[in-house]
Design a protein around this ligand. Structure first.
Ligand code: MAN
Ligand code: CA
Length: 159
């Protein structure tokens, strides 16, 4: 009986210790997130959007994201869109999204070929200007425009 009681006490102390450690870790992790994401990143739910500040054409920015084990930013709702918009606004630059209609004109898809489930087109877009706009950029105001994939735009990846 006494041994069981001592063991119980021991476990109780261990649990209290671990709870305290976990709280300290949570505090420092939440601070660490703020530090690393300032001012280049945003968190929405489980998604993290971040820019390196570099610009490139669609192929290069797509490669840069996949080399970092991420994907080009593909906002799928208004909260995610406003996160990417905020990064574009910090840099006052347009950003390429991970969306294109290369495969079939007018049918915009993510990289996994799924047709987009959310969009935020600017008025009169997408217009496939000069018959040559298969990529999608987001303006610092959050609206989308189809744009030539060879233009150079700010890179934002999602992880
Ligand atoms: C204007 C509009 C857009 C088009 C760009 C091309 O902003 O016609 O639709 O994509 O020019 O630079
Ligand atoms: Ca356009």
């Amino acid at each position: 009986m006494i041994i069981i009681h001592l063991f119980h006490k021991h476990l109780e102390r261990q649990v209290l210790y671990l709870e305290r450690q976990l709280r300290a870790l949570e505090r420092s992790f939440s601070k660490y997130k703020k530090v690393t994401l300032f001012p280049n990143g945003r968190i929405v739910g489980e998604k993290v959007f971040v820019t390196s500040g570099y610009q490139g054409d669609f192929i290069s920015v797509k490669q840069m994201c996949s080399q970092a084990c991420g994907k080009l930013a593909s906002p799928q709702d208004s909260a995610e869109n406003s996160a990417v918009q905020q990064i574009a606004a910090v840099y006052t630059k347009k950003v390429f999204l991970g969306i294109n209609d290369i495969q079939m004109e007018g049918r915009f898809r993510y990289w996994n070929v799924q047709v987009i489930i959310y969009s935020n087109w600017a008025p009169r877009e997408p217009n496939n200007d000069r018959g040559n706009e298969d990529c999608v950029e987001i303006y610092p105001n959050g609206f989308w425009n189809d744009q030539n994939c060879r233009e150079k735009r700010l890179i934002v990846c999602e992880f």
